[in-house]
Design a protein around this ligand. Structure first.
Ligand code: F6P
Length: 319
C-alpha cells in the first residue's frame, strides 16, 4: 500500500476529527501518502480529494464535527456509483481507503472492497449502533451531553414537581437513552428494542409521586416514539404535568471526551496498520479493551445486541 484515502460519511460524531488525524499521521509515519476525501462518498464521486500532511490535521483532536465534512449520498448506493467511485480511486493510484462512519458508510466500504479497493471501516456515530465494538466514536461524548442536560432539567422539574420527558437521538438503537438514563437516574427509559406500556409508565409515575418523589425523568429514544406524544399521553393518564425537551443536534456537537479521542486515535492507527497488512473489507472495533476486526458483511448483517441487564438495573434503581 503506497497511497490511501480517508473519508467521513453519514451523520457526524465527536471524535471523527481525532480519527482522521490518527489515520493521516499513522499513514505518514509508515511512509504512505494520504488523501482526504471531502464530503464523504459524494466527494469521492466528485473526485474531491486533497493531499493531507502532518499539519493539515493539526489542532483538530479537540474539535467536534469533521474537517472532511460529510454527506449522505444516494448515487453511491447504486452499482454504477460504486464502480465509478472505485475507478476514481484507481485512477489516482489510491489502493486503500479508510471509511469513518456508521452502518450505511460501512456498506459503501464493503462494496468498494468487493471492487478491489482495500477498505477498512471505523465506527463513527453517536448512536452506538454498530456491533463488534463495545463503543462507537462519539457515543461517550453524546451520553455526557445528555446527562448534563438532564441534570439541569431535573433541578427545575424538582422545584415544580413535574415530570420531564427527554427525547434523545437513536433512530434504531436505544443505547444513548439507556446509558444516559442509567447515569442520570431516569425513572423510565423508553427504547426501540424493548416494548413498553404507556399505562404502566403512568402508573409508576403516580406511585412514585405518592411515595414522595418530587420529580420524574423519562428518557425516550427517538426511535421508540416522539417525546411530545409520550408527554401528552402521560399527562392525560396520570394527571401529573409532563413537559418535553427534545435535545436534538446538540448531542452531536462539541468537544469530544478523552474517551472518544483515545478510541478514535487507537482505531485510526489500527485501520492503517490493517491496510498495510493487506486486510480489506473489515470493520475495526475495540472489544474488552482489545483491537479487533470483523468482516463488514458480518457487521452490517448483525443487529447489535441490547444490554437488557443494564436496562433492568436502571429500572430497579430508579424507584
Ligand atoms: O448520527 C445518527 C443520528 O444521530 C440519529 O440518531 C438521528 O436520527 C440522525 O442521526 C439524524 O440525522 P440528520 O442530522 O441527518 O437528520
Amino acid at each position: 500500500v503506497k497511497k490511501i484515502a480517508v473519508l467521513t460519511s453519514g451523520g457526524d460524531s465527536q471524535g471523527m476529527n481525532a480519527a482522521v488525524r490518527a489515520v493521516v499521521r499513522s499513514a505518514i509515519y509508515h511512509g504512505i501518502e494520504v488523501f482526504g476525501v471531502q464530503r464523504g462518498y459524494q466527494g469521492l464521486l466528485n473526485d474531491d480529494l486533497r493531499p493531507m500532511d502532518l499539519r493539515s490535521v493539526g489542532d483538530i483532536i479537540q474539535r467536534g464535527g469533521t474537517i472532511l465534512q460529510t454527506a449522505r449520498c444516494k448515487e453511491f448506493t447504486t452499482p454504477e456509483g460504486q464502480q465509478r467511485g472505485a475507478d476514481i480511486l484507481r485512477a489516482r493510484g489510491i489502493d486503500g481507503l479508510v471509511v469513518i462512519g456508521g452502518d450505511g458508510s460501512y456498506q459503501g466500504a464493503n462494496k468498494l472492497s468487493k471492487l478491489g479497493i482495500k477498505t477498512m471501516g471505523i465506527p463513527g456515530t453517536i448512536d452506538n449502533d454498530i456491533p463488534y465494538t463495545d463503543y462507537t466514536i462519539g457515543f461517550d461524548t453524546a451520553v455526557g451531553i445528555v446527562v448534563d442536560a438532564i441534570n439541569k432539567i431535573r433541578d427545575t422539574m424538582s422545584s415544580h414537581e413535574r415530570t420531564s420527558v427527554v427525547e434523545v437521538m437513536g433512530r434504531h438503537c436505544g443505547d444513548i437513552a439507556l446509558y444516559a438514563g442509567l447515569a442520570s437516574g431516569a425513572e423510565t427509559i423508553i427504547v426501540p428494542e424493548v416494548p413498553y406500556d404507556i399505562n404502566e409508565v403512568a402508573e409508576r409515575m403516580k406511585h412514585n409521586f405518592a411515595k414522595g418523589k418530587r420529580h420524574s425523568i423519562i428518557v425516550v429514544a427517538e426511535g421508540a416514539g416522539r417525546g411530545e406524544d409520550v408527554a401528552n399521553k402521560l399527562t392525560e393518564l396520570s394527571g401529573i404535568e409532563a413537559r418535553v425537551t427534545v435535545l436534538g443536534h446538540i448531542q452531536r456537537g462539541g468537544t469530544p471526551t478523552a474517551q472518544d479521542r483515545i478510541l478514535a486515535s487507537r482505531l485510526g492507527d489500527f485501520a492503517v496498520r490493517q491496510l498495510i497488512e493487506g486486510n480489506s473489507g473489515k470493520g475495526c472495533g475495540v472489544i474488552d479493551g482489545e483491537l479487533v476486526t470483523t468482516d463488514i458483511d458480518v457487521v452490517t448483517s448483525t443487529k447489535r445486541p441490547f444490554n437488557m441487564e443494564m436496562y433492568d438495573l436502571a429500572l430497579r434503581l430508579s424507584q
